[in-house]
Design a protein around this ligand. Structure first.
Ligand code: AMP
Ligand code: GLY
Length: 424
Protein backbone atom coordinates (compact mmCIF):
# COMPACT_ATOMS: atom_id res chain seq x y z
CA UNK A 1 0.00 0.00 0.00
CA UNK A 2 1.08 3.56 -0.63
CA UNK A 3 0.45 5.82 2.35
CA UNK A 4 0.14 9.57 2.71
CA UNK A 5 0.88 11.07 6.12
CA UNK A 6 -0.30 14.65 6.61
CA UNK A 7 1.62 16.81 9.09
CA UNK A 8 5.17 17.76 9.97
CA UNK A 9 5.79 17.04 13.64
CA UNK A 10 7.35 14.43 15.87
CA UNK A 11 3.93 12.77 15.87
CA UNK A 12 4.05 12.25 12.12
CA UNK A 13 7.65 10.99 12.18
CA UNK A 14 6.69 8.49 14.91
CA UNK A 15 3.64 7.30 12.95
CA UNK A 16 5.72 6.95 9.78
CA UNK A 17 8.34 4.98 11.73
CA UNK A 18 5.67 2.51 12.91
CA UNK A 19 3.94 2.23 9.54
CA UNK A 20 7.21 1.71 7.69
CA UNK A 21 7.75 -1.55 9.62
CA UNK A 22 4.62 -3.11 8.13
CA UNK A 23 4.92 -5.74 5.39
CA UNK A 24 1.89 -4.10 3.81
CA UNK A 25 3.71 -0.80 3.37
CA UNK A 26 5.08 -0.04 -0.10
CA UNK A 27 5.84 3.66 -0.14
CA UNK A 28 5.13 6.53 2.26
CA UNK A 29 4.63 10.17 1.29
CA UNK A 30 4.65 12.98 3.86
CA UNK A 31 2.91 16.33 3.40
CA UNK A 32 4.98 18.33 4.19
CA UNK A 33 6.99 16.11 6.60
CA UNK A 34 10.33 17.14 8.09
CA UNK A 35 14.02 16.26 8.01
CA UNK A 36 13.37 12.96 9.78
CA UNK A 37 10.45 11.80 7.69
CA UNK A 38 12.62 12.27 4.61
CA UNK A 39 14.64 9.24 5.74
CA UNK A 40 11.60 6.95 5.47
CA UNK A 41 9.21 8.77 3.17
CA UNK A 42 9.12 11.12 0.24
CA UNK A 43 8.34 14.62 1.47
CA UNK A 44 5.97 16.67 -0.66
CA UNK A 45 5.87 20.40 -0.05
CA UNK A 46 2.37 21.84 0.27
CA UNK A 47 -0.32 23.10 2.57
CA UNK A 48 -2.14 20.59 4.81
CA UNK A 49 -5.37 22.55 4.33
CA UNK A 50 -5.22 22.61 0.51
CA UNK A 51 -7.62 19.73 -0.14
CA UNK A 52 -7.50 20.04 -3.94
CA UNK A 53 -3.73 19.61 -3.79
CA UNK A 54 -4.12 16.64 -1.43
CA UNK A 55 -6.54 15.10 -3.91
CA UNK A 56 -4.06 15.59 -6.72
CA UNK A 57 -1.15 13.89 -4.91
CA UNK A 58 -3.39 11.14 -3.52
CA UNK A 59 -4.43 10.13 -7.02
CA UNK A 60 -1.04 10.75 -8.60
CA UNK A 61 0.76 8.49 -6.11
CA UNK A 62 -1.99 5.85 -5.94
CA UNK A 63 -2.42 6.33 -2.20
CA UNK A 64 -4.59 3.71 -0.43
CA UNK A 65 -4.52 5.17 3.07
CA UNK A 66 -4.22 8.73 4.37
CA UNK A 67 -3.25 9.45 7.97
CA UNK A 68 -4.14 12.97 9.11
CA UNK A 69 -1.98 14.14 12.02
CA UNK A 70 -2.93 17.73 12.92
CA UNK A 71 -6.33 19.12 13.91
CA UNK A 72 -6.63 21.88 11.31
CA UNK A 73 -7.43 19.78 8.23
CA UNK A 74 -9.71 17.58 10.36
CA UNK A 75 -11.70 20.53 11.71
CA UNK A 76 -11.78 21.97 8.15
CA UNK A 77 -13.45 18.77 6.95
CA UNK A 78 -10.86 16.65 5.15
CA UNK A 79 -12.82 13.47 5.95
CA UNK A 80 -16.00 14.87 4.38
CA UNK A 81 -13.99 16.12 1.38
CA UNK A 82 -12.75 12.56 0.74
CA UNK A 83 -16.11 10.88 1.34
CA UNK A 84 -18.02 13.25 -0.93
CA UNK A 85 -15.56 12.93 -3.82
CA UNK A 86 -16.16 10.12 -6.26
CA UNK A 87 -12.44 9.54 -6.91
CA UNK A 88 -11.45 9.61 -3.22
CA UNK A 89 -14.37 8.08 -1.37
CA UNK A 90 -12.98 4.54 -1.25
CA UNK A 91 -9.56 5.59 -0.02
CA UNK A 92 -9.09 4.93 3.70
CA UNK A 93 -8.66 8.07 5.71
CA UNK A 94 -7.69 8.10 9.38
CA UNK A 95 -9.56 11.20 10.55
CA UNK A 96 -13.00 11.96 11.94
CA UNK A 97 -15.65 13.96 10.12
CA UNK A 98 -16.07 17.73 10.32
CA UNK A 99 -19.01 17.30 12.69
CA UNK A 100 -16.95 15.12 15.05
CA UNK A 101 -14.10 17.61 14.66
CA UNK A 102 -16.20 20.05 16.67
CA UNK A 103 -15.31 18.04 19.77
CA UNK A 104 -11.93 19.77 19.44
CA UNK A 105 -12.90 22.73 17.23
CA UNK A 106 -15.54 24.12 19.61
CA UNK A 107 -15.16 23.92 23.39
CA UNK A 108 -18.83 24.92 23.70
CA UNK A 109 -19.90 22.00 21.51
CA UNK A 110 -17.68 19.62 23.49
CA UNK A 111 -19.15 20.85 26.78
CA UNK A 112 -22.72 20.34 25.52
CA UNK A 113 -21.77 16.84 24.38
CA UNK A 114 -20.32 15.98 27.80
CA UNK A 115 -23.38 17.35 29.55
CA UNK A 116 -25.73 15.39 27.31
CA UNK A 117 -23.90 12.11 27.89
CA UNK A 118 -23.21 12.66 31.59
CA UNK A 119 -19.46 12.74 31.20
CA UNK A 120 -17.72 14.34 34.21
CA UNK A 121 -16.14 17.71 33.41
CA UNK A 122 -15.68 21.12 35.04
CA UNK A 123 -18.86 23.17 35.59
CA UNK A 124 -19.10 25.84 32.94
CA UNK A 125 -21.08 28.47 31.07
CA UNK A 126 -20.52 29.88 27.58
CA UNK A 127 -20.55 33.62 26.86
CA UNK A 128 -20.65 35.70 23.69
CA UNK A 129 -21.52 39.29 22.83
CA UNK A 130 -25.19 38.42 23.40
CA UNK A 131 -24.88 37.59 27.10
CA UNK A 132 -21.58 39.20 28.09
CA UNK A 133 -23.42 41.30 30.69
CA UNK A 134 -24.17 38.17 32.69
CA UNK A 135 -20.53 37.04 32.71
CA UNK A 136 -19.50 39.23 35.63
CA UNK A 137 -22.15 37.67 37.86
CA UNK A 138 -21.05 34.21 36.81
CA UNK A 139 -17.39 34.98 37.52
CA UNK A 140 -18.33 36.44 40.91
CA UNK A 141 -20.17 33.25 41.78
CA UNK A 142 -17.00 31.19 41.22
CA UNK A 143 -13.84 30.67 43.24
CA UNK A 144 -10.47 31.67 41.79
CA UNK A 145 -8.52 30.81 39.75
CA UNK A 146 -10.78 31.56 36.79
CA UNK A 147 -10.48 29.45 33.63
CA UNK A 148 -11.34 31.22 30.35
CA UNK A 149 -11.27 29.23 27.13
CA UNK A 150 -11.59 30.52 23.57
CA UNK A 151 -14.27 28.39 21.93
CA UNK A 152 -12.36 27.70 18.71
CA UNK A 153 -8.90 26.46 17.76
CA UNK A 154 -6.11 28.69 19.04
CA UNK A 155 -2.97 26.57 18.54
CA UNK A 156 -2.94 25.58 22.21
CA UNK A 157 -2.89 29.20 23.40
CA UNK A 158 -6.60 29.82 23.93
CA UNK A 159 -6.85 28.93 27.63
CA UNK A 160 -6.25 31.60 30.28
CA UNK A 161 -6.04 30.74 33.98
CA UNK A 162 -6.29 33.90 36.09
CA UNK A 163 -6.14 34.44 39.83
CA UNK A 164 -7.62 37.92 39.89
CA UNK A 165 -11.35 38.53 39.39
CA UNK A 166 -10.94 41.93 37.73
CA UNK A 167 -8.31 40.55 35.38
CA UNK A 168 -10.68 37.71 34.47
CA UNK A 169 -13.46 40.22 33.73
CA UNK A 170 -11.19 42.32 31.58
CA UNK A 171 -9.62 39.36 29.72
CA UNK A 172 -13.09 38.07 28.95
CA UNK A 173 -13.83 41.38 27.22
CA UNK A 174 -10.48 41.24 25.40
CA UNK A 175 -11.42 37.82 24.11
CA UNK A 176 -15.01 38.48 23.08
CA UNK A 177 -15.03 42.17 22.13
CA UNK A 178 -11.42 42.71 21.02
CA UNK A 179 -11.08 39.27 19.46
CA UNK A 180 -7.88 38.42 21.35
CA UNK A 181 -7.85 35.04 19.59
CA UNK A 182 -9.56 36.25 16.40
CA UNK A 183 -12.81 34.50 15.53
CA UNK A 184 -11.86 31.68 17.91
CA UNK A 185 -12.82 33.84 20.89
CA UNK A 186 -16.17 35.27 19.76
CA UNK A 187 -17.48 32.68 22.22
CA UNK A 188 -15.71 31.98 25.51
CA UNK A 189 -16.25 29.11 27.92
CA UNK A 190 -15.73 30.04 31.56
CA UNK A 191 -15.23 27.04 33.76
CA UNK A 192 -14.44 25.84 37.22
CA UNK A 193 -10.75 25.28 37.95
CA UNK A 194 -9.95 21.63 38.61
CA UNK A 195 -6.98 20.94 40.84
CA UNK A 196 -5.35 17.61 40.07
CA UNK A 197 -2.88 15.69 37.94
CA UNK A 198 -3.41 15.40 34.17
CA UNK A 199 -3.10 12.39 31.89
CA UNK A 200 -3.85 11.68 28.24
CA UNK A 201 -6.12 8.88 27.05
CA UNK A 202 -6.21 7.73 23.42
CA UNK A 203 -8.98 5.76 21.80
CA UNK A 204 -8.90 4.52 18.22
CA UNK A 205 -12.39 4.09 16.80
CA UNK A 206 -14.06 3.46 13.47
CA UNK A 207 -17.30 4.86 14.82
CA UNK A 208 -18.52 1.43 15.83
CA UNK A 209 -15.79 -0.42 17.68
CA UNK A 210 -12.89 0.99 19.60
CA UNK A 211 -9.50 0.19 21.11
CA UNK A 212 -7.94 1.95 24.06
CA UNK A 213 -4.27 2.68 23.42
CA UNK A 214 -1.63 3.13 26.13
CA UNK A 215 -2.14 6.17 28.34
CA UNK A 216 0.52 8.86 28.55
CA UNK A 217 1.37 11.94 30.52
CA UNK A 218 2.76 15.03 28.85
CA UNK A 219 4.49 18.12 30.18
CA UNK A 220 3.13 21.29 28.62
CA UNK A 221 4.98 24.09 30.38
CA UNK A 222 8.32 25.41 29.14
CA UNK A 223 9.87 25.64 32.61
CA UNK A 224 10.97 23.10 35.17
CA UNK A 225 8.43 22.37 37.90
CA UNK A 226 5.68 23.07 35.34
CA UNK A 227 6.32 26.82 35.38
CA UNK A 228 6.11 29.42 32.65
CA UNK A 229 4.39 29.52 29.27
CA UNK A 230 2.47 26.71 27.67
CA UNK A 231 4.16 24.89 24.80
CA UNK A 232 3.13 22.16 22.38
CA UNK A 233 4.67 19.72 24.88
CA UNK A 234 8.17 19.33 26.37
CA UNK A 235 8.18 15.61 27.13
CA UNK A 236 6.00 12.61 27.88
CA UNK A 237 5.97 9.21 29.54
CA UNK A 238 3.89 6.08 28.98
CA UNK A 239 2.46 4.21 30.86
CA UNK A 240 1.22 6.58 33.55
CA UNK A 241 2.51 5.32 36.91
CA UNK A 242 -0.46 6.56 38.95
CA UNK A 243 -3.03 4.88 36.70
CA UNK A 244 -4.06 1.80 38.68
CA UNK A 245 -6.80 -0.68 37.75
CA UNK A 246 -9.41 1.00 39.91
CA UNK A 247 -8.85 4.41 38.36
CA UNK A 248 -8.67 2.87 34.87
CA UNK A 249 -12.06 1.23 35.31
CA UNK A 250 -13.55 4.56 36.40
CA UNK A 251 -12.15 6.15 33.22
CA UNK A 252 -13.54 3.31 31.12
CA UNK A 253 -17.01 3.42 32.63
CA UNK A 254 -17.51 7.11 33.26
CA UNK A 255 -15.64 8.55 30.29
CA UNK A 256 -14.56 6.26 27.45
CA UNK A 257 -17.80 4.25 27.12
CA UNK A 258 -20.19 7.22 27.27
CA UNK A 259 -17.93 9.17 24.87
CA UNK A 260 -18.04 6.43 22.26
CA UNK A 261 -21.76 5.88 22.86
CA UNK A 262 -22.31 9.62 22.36
CA UNK A 263 -20.36 9.56 19.10
CA UNK A 264 -22.50 6.66 17.88
CA UNK A 265 -25.81 8.16 19.05
CA UNK A 266 -25.01 11.55 17.49
CA UNK A 267 -24.30 9.64 14.28
CA UNK A 268 -20.90 11.27 13.97
CA UNK A 269 -18.73 9.70 11.31
CA UNK A 270 -15.52 8.78 13.03
CA UNK A 271 -12.48 6.91 11.76
CA UNK A 272 -9.59 8.00 13.89
CA UNK A 273 -8.36 8.93 17.33
CA UNK A 274 -10.25 10.41 20.24
CA UNK A 275 -7.70 12.03 22.52
CA UNK A 276 -9.28 12.61 25.91
CA UNK A 277 -7.37 15.06 28.10
CA UNK A 278 -8.13 13.93 31.65
CA UNK A 279 -7.48 15.25 35.12
CA UNK A 280 -7.55 13.17 38.31
CA UNK A 281 -9.18 15.05 41.17
CA UNK A 282 -9.62 13.18 44.47
CA UNK A 283 -9.40 9.83 42.67
CA UNK A 284 -12.10 10.82 40.18
CA UNK A 285 -11.49 11.40 36.44
CA UNK A 286 -12.78 14.55 34.69
CA UNK A 287 -12.45 15.54 31.05
CA UNK A 288 -10.44 18.73 30.51
CA UNK A 289 -10.80 18.61 26.75
CA UNK A 290 -11.31 16.42 23.71
CA UNK A 291 -8.99 16.39 20.73
CA UNK A 292 -9.77 14.53 17.55
CA UNK A 293 -6.22 13.42 16.75
CA UNK A 294 -3.21 11.91 18.47
CA UNK A 295 -1.23 14.03 20.92
CA UNK A 296 2.26 15.29 20.31
CA UNK A 297 4.59 14.38 22.11
CA UNK A 298 2.38 11.55 23.44
CA UNK A 299 2.54 9.74 20.08
CA UNK A 300 6.30 9.48 20.53
CA UNK A 301 5.80 7.32 23.66
CA UNK A 302 2.53 5.54 22.83
CA UNK A 303 3.43 3.99 19.46
CA UNK A 304 6.90 2.73 20.38
CA UNK A 305 5.02 0.52 22.91
CA UNK A 306 2.56 -0.87 20.38
CA UNK A 307 3.78 -4.19 18.98
CA UNK A 308 0.95 -4.65 16.48
CA UNK A 309 1.31 -3.94 12.80
CA UNK A 310 -0.04 -0.36 12.83
CA UNK A 311 -0.85 -0.29 9.15
CA UNK A 312 -2.82 -3.52 9.45
CA UNK A 313 -4.70 -1.99 12.39
CA UNK A 314 -5.53 1.17 10.42
CA UNK A 315 -6.46 -0.85 7.36
CA UNK A 316 -8.87 -3.01 9.38
CA UNK A 317 -10.91 -0.02 10.57
CA UNK A 318 -14.44 -0.06 9.26
CA UNK A 319 -14.27 -3.83 8.62
CA UNK A 320 -15.18 -6.73 10.92
CA UNK A 321 -11.48 -7.44 11.38
CA UNK A 322 -10.93 -4.32 13.51
CA UNK A 323 -12.98 -5.71 16.38
CA UNK A 324 -10.96 -8.94 16.44
CA UNK A 325 -7.50 -7.39 16.52
CA UNK A 326 -6.07 -7.52 20.02
CA UNK A 327 -3.64 -4.80 20.92
CA UNK A 328 -0.24 -6.09 21.93
CA UNK A 329 1.35 -3.51 24.21
CA UNK A 330 4.90 -3.70 25.53
CA UNK A 331 5.25 -3.72 29.33
CA UNK A 332 8.25 -1.47 28.93
CA UNK A 333 8.06 2.20 29.82
CA UNK A 334 8.74 4.85 27.21
CA UNK A 335 9.90 8.38 27.91
CA UNK A 336 10.55 11.21 25.51
CA UNK A 337 12.29 14.54 25.98
CA UNK A 338 11.71 17.38 23.55
CA UNK A 339 14.67 19.49 22.47
CA UNK A 340 13.54 22.98 21.55
CA UNK A 341 15.03 26.10 19.97
CA UNK A 342 16.24 28.83 22.34
CA UNK A 343 13.43 31.32 22.95
CA UNK A 344 10.58 28.88 22.21
CA UNK A 345 7.59 29.16 22.78
CA UNK A 346 8.23 32.80 21.99
CA UNK A 347 10.40 33.91 19.07
CA UNK A 348 13.42 31.80 18.16
CA UNK A 349 15.99 31.49 15.40
CA UNK A 350 16.05 28.73 12.82
CA UNK A 351 18.72 27.19 10.64
CA UNK A 352 21.05 25.95 13.42
CA UNK A 353 23.13 22.88 12.57
CA UNK A 354 22.27 19.84 14.70
CA UNK A 355 25.31 17.80 15.76
CA UNK A 356 25.74 14.43 17.44
CA UNK A 357 22.81 12.49 15.99
CA UNK A 358 25.09 9.75 14.66
CA UNK A 359 26.55 9.04 18.11
CA UNK A 360 23.32 7.98 19.85
CA UNK A 361 22.52 4.50 21.08
CA UNK A 362 19.31 2.77 22.13
CA UNK A 363 17.03 5.70 21.43
CA UNK A 364 14.51 6.63 18.80
CA UNK A 365 14.96 10.13 17.48
CA UNK A 366 11.74 11.61 16.14
CA UNK A 367 12.20 14.83 14.23
CA UNK A 368 9.82 17.77 14.52
CA UNK A 369 11.24 21.14 13.46
CA UNK A 370 14.15 19.94 11.33
CA UNK A 371 15.20 20.11 7.70
CA UNK A 372 17.73 18.03 5.89
CA UNK A 373 20.62 20.07 4.48
CA UNK A 374 23.03 17.96 2.41
CA UNK A 375 24.30 15.34 4.88
CA UNK A 376 23.16 17.03 8.07
CA UNK A 377 20.05 18.42 9.71
CA UNK A 378 19.25 21.99 10.64
CA UNK A 379 16.57 23.38 12.95
CA UNK A 380 13.41 24.75 11.33
CA UNK A 381 10.91 25.06 14.17
CA UNK A 382 10.34 25.55 17.91
CA UNK A 383 10.15 21.93 18.89
CA UNK A 384 13.11 20.32 17.14
CA UNK A 385 13.57 16.68 18.23
CA UNK A 386 11.88 14.11 20.46
CA UNK A 387 14.34 11.69 22.08
CA UNK A 388 12.49 8.51 23.10
CA UNK A 389 13.94 5.67 25.19
CA UNK A 390 12.45 2.49 26.58
CA UNK A 391 13.20 0.96 29.98
CA UNK A 392 11.88 -1.32 32.72
CA UNK A 393 10.48 1.73 34.45
CA UNK A 394 10.07 5.38 33.52
CA UNK A 395 13.16 6.38 35.49
CA UNK A 396 15.48 4.12 33.50
CA UNK A 397 13.85 5.24 30.25
CA UNK A 398 14.32 8.89 31.18
CA UNK A 399 17.87 8.25 32.31
CA UNK A 400 18.87 6.93 28.91
CA UNK A 401 17.12 9.74 27.02
CA UNK A 402 18.98 12.31 29.12
CA UNK A 403 22.27 10.46 28.67
CA UNK A 404 21.90 10.48 24.90
CA UNK A 405 20.81 14.13 24.83
CA UNK A 406 24.22 15.06 26.24
CA UNK A 407 25.67 14.04 22.86
CA UNK A 408 23.34 16.32 20.86
CA UNK A 409 24.15 19.97 20.24
CA UNK A 410 22.70 22.91 18.41
CA UNK A 411 23.00 26.61 19.03
CA UNK A 412 20.39 27.68 21.61
CA UNK A 413 19.22 24.11 22.39
CA UNK A 414 16.92 23.96 25.40
CA UNK A 415 15.03 21.15 27.13
CA UNK A 416 13.43 20.38 30.46
CA UNK A 417 15.64 18.42 32.81
CA UNK A 418 12.80 17.35 35.10
CA UNK A 419 10.41 15.34 32.92
CA UNK A 420 8.69 12.83 35.24
CA UNK A 421 9.52 14.90 38.34
CA UNK A 422 5.98 14.71 39.68
CA UNK A 423 5.78 10.92 39.35
CA UNK A 424 8.55 10.02 41.77
P1 AMP B 1 -7.06 22.74 27.04
O1 AMP B 1 -6.64 23.47 25.80
O2 AMP B 1 -8.52 22.78 27.31
O3 AMP B 1 -6.42 21.40 27.18
O4 AMP B 1 -6.37 23.54 28.25
C1 AMP B 1 -4.97 23.70 28.30
C2 AMP B 1 -4.49 23.42 29.68
O5 AMP B 1 -5.11 24.32 30.61
C3 AMP B 1 -4.85 22.03 30.21
O6 AMP B 1 -3.95 21.06 29.80
C4 AMP B 1 -4.82 22.26 31.70
O7 AMP B 1 -3.49 22.22 32.17
C5 AMP B 1 -5.35 23.66 31.84
N1 AMP B 1 -6.79 23.62 32.10
C6 AMP B 1 -7.79 23.67 31.20
N2 AMP B 1 -8.98 23.63 31.80
C7 AMP B 1 -8.76 23.55 33.12
C8 AMP B 1 -9.59 23.47 34.28
N3 AMP B 1 -10.92 23.49 34.19
N4 AMP B 1 -9.01 23.39 35.47
C9 AMP B 1 -7.65 23.39 35.59
N5 AMP B 1 -6.81 23.47 34.55
C10 AMP B 1 -7.34 23.55 33.32
N1 GLY C 1 0.32 17.14 23.90
C1 GLY C 1 -0.92 17.79 23.81
C2 GLY C 1 -1.46 17.92 22.45
O1 GLY C 1 -1.03 17.28 21.51
O2 GLY C 1 -2.41 18.68 22.30
Amino acid sequence: MNILVIGSGGREHAIITSISKSDKCSKIYALPGNGGTELLAENIQGDVNDFQFIKKITLEHKISLVFVGPEDPIVNGIYDFFKSNIELKDIKIIAPSKQAGLLEGSKDFAKDFMEKYNIPTAKHKTFSIDNINQADNFLESMNPPYVLKADGLAAGKGVLILKDLNEAKSELRNMILDRKFGNSSTKVVIEEFLDGIELSCFVLTDGKNYKVLPFAKDYKKIGEGDKGLNTGGMGAVSPVPFLDNKFLSKIQNKIIKPTIEGIVKENMKYNGFVFIGLIKVNDEPYVIEYNVRMGDPETEVVFPRLKNDLLELFDSMGTSKFKDIKLNISDNHAATIILVSGGYPESYEKGKIIEGLNDLSEVSVFHAGTKKKSDSFITSGGRVLAITSMGNNFKSALKNSYKQINKIKFDGMNYRKDIGFDLL
